[in-house]
Design a protein around this ligand. Structure first.
Ligand code: 6PG
Length: 477
């Protein structure tokens, strides 16, 4: 019998996704550019379900029932385009091509248009959860036509993680919507990790705790409202010792790498004019860590002895303050990320249900957390909310934690510990709640040097002051 679905690209993610699909009773045809990888996979896991091994894309296309759904799981960028170019002439009208990689959403928009011209459906499918998630239940964000989702939906919903009986899979919107929200998911992932890293740094360098003890602190935090996959993982990593006997975290080079989704999130936010400061600082913190030449130069010129910069804190109080700062900054990061998704949806004409998104991020994905249930509730109460920050639950959490948050940022500054994400999140919060911002002065300066005009607090209209003229008369523009 023909397969229900096809998949090409059997690296870790593709292979695990294919196994997950097969294990859920869907007949799947699989292909890989180098055939050995495909045969090796079938040898090892062929018993798990109904697989058809294919040695070429032609064979793959032949093996799948029409209208076909073929998932591409190859490297984002050129590799994806190459597979699409090869696949398109082999397909028939109405077939569905699904890109399950971490594609840039603008590539997805472009590919969707091209395939539409060929009478094909193109689906950009964000898949989160790493290798483990792909195999045992990822979070899946589908962007594509209703028609394509009708066919693809039942298969992908059956393989997704499930929370409270709801699959962590949704038809987010058309064309680029799925990859767009996956991109922002990754941006939030960057912010989450940076906030965790700053917390660890503070607990170690200010509170003087050793990695194992910090791991215990994270394990404890994981029992409360910070409960999440990344906090749990942090506890595990910090309590792990390397074969050399040292804490594992101490044998890893302190240069954080990235494959680009965080950078894309920030680039998109700049285009949309959305201040995602937490995510941006998290991305820049990774870049800074990689500038080893500049770091070395700065260490030589500016280093102080640890004693000179020691700040005294009450350990238990400080641990609690860091937890509060972490929670408040996390609220900001998510508020910013959801803000970006709302603006992106507006810009591209996507009708994205933010509450649904929070719902499908509760399980399967890297940022899965208790917290997302609170976000889901916030959108259920108020689907068009202006910002998550001011919804009752989060507003109360931030109000409760704000003194600790300030204390932590101040202590970090005094102690010379960099906290770009904590600091910028606090500034974002203060920026939003401030009665008047110095933006007024910036407008005045812009009008002075460049006649860029300004608006007044007391009258409507646009004005320019003739700064060089006698008496500096004001003109209405
Ligand atoms: C996920 C992850 C996954 C991958 C990141 C890592 O949702 O499963 O986000 O997509 O681990 O792309 O990104 P960096 O290499 O940029 O840190």
């Amino acid at each position: 019998a023909p397969a229900t679905i096809g998949l090409t690209g059997l690296a870790t993610m593709g292979r695990n996704l294919a196994r997950n699909i097969a294990r859920h009773g869907h007949a799947i045809a699989v292909h890989n550019r180098t055939t050995e990888r495909m045969t090796a996979m079938l040898e090892e896991f062929g018993e798990e379900g109904d697989f058809t091994g294919c040695e070429s894309l032609e064979e793959l296309v032949q093996a799948v029932e029409r209208p076909r759904a073929i998932i591409i799981m190859v490297k984002a960028g050129e590799a994806t385009d190459a597979v699409i170019d090869e696949l398109v002439p082999l397909l028939d009208e109405g077939d569905i091509v699904v890109d399950g990689g971490n594609a840039h959403f603008t590539d997805t928009l472009r590919r969707q248009q091209t395939l539409e011209e060929h009478g094909l459906h193109f689906v950009g499918m964000g898949v989160s959860g790493g290798e483990e998630g792909a195999l045992n239940g990822p979070s899946i964000m589908v962007g594509g036509s209703d028609h394509a989702y009708e066919q693809l939906g039942p298969v992908v919903e059956s393989i997704a993680a499930v929370v409270d009986g709801t699959p962590c899979c949704a038809h987010v919107g058309p064309d680029g919507a799925g990859h767009f929200v996956k991109m922002v998911h990754n941006g939030i992932e960057y912010a989450d990790m940076q906030l965790i890293a700053e917390s660890y740094d503070l607990l170690r360098s200010v509170a003087g705790l050793e990695p194992h003890a910090i791991g215990d602190v994270f394990a404890q935090w994981n029992e409360g409202d910070l409960e999440s996959f990344l906090i749990e993982l942090t506890a595990d990593v910090l309590r792990f010792d390397d074969a050399s006997g040292q804490p594992f975290v101490d044998v890893v080079r302190d240069e954080a790498e990235q494959k680009g989704t965080g950078r894309w999130t920030v680039q998109s936010a700049l285009d949309l004019g959305v201040p995602i400061t937490g995510i941006a600082e998290a991305t820049f913190a990774r870049s800074l860590s990689g500038h080893t030449d500049q770091r070395e130069a700065a260490r030589k010129v500016f280093s102080t002895s640890p004693d000179e910069q020691r700040v005294e804190v009450d350990r238990d109080t400080f641990v609690d303050q860091v937890r509060a700062a972490l929670y408040a900054s996390k609220v900001v990061a998510y508020a910013q990320g959801f803000d970006q998704i709302a603006k992106g949806a507006e810009e591209h004409g996507w009708d994205i249900d933010l509450g649904e998104l929070a719902t499908i991020w509760r399980g399967g994905c890297i940022i899965r957390a208790q917290f997302l249930d609170r976000i889901r509730e916030a959108y259920a109460d108020e689907p068009d909310l202006t910002t998550l920050l001011t919804t009752p639950y989060f507003a109360d959490a931030v109000k409760e934690g704000v003194d600790a948050w300030r204390e932590v940022v101040a202590t970090a500054a005094a102690g010379g510990v960099p906290v770009p994400a904590f600091g910028s999140s606090l500034s974002y919060f203060d920026g939003l709640r401030r009665e008047r911002l110095p933006a007024a002065l910036i407008q005045a300066l812009r009008d002075n040097f460049g006649a860029h005009t300004y608006r007044r607090v007391d009258r409507d209209g646009t004005f320019h002051t003739q700064w060089a003229a006698e008496g500096r008369p004001e003109q209405e523009m």
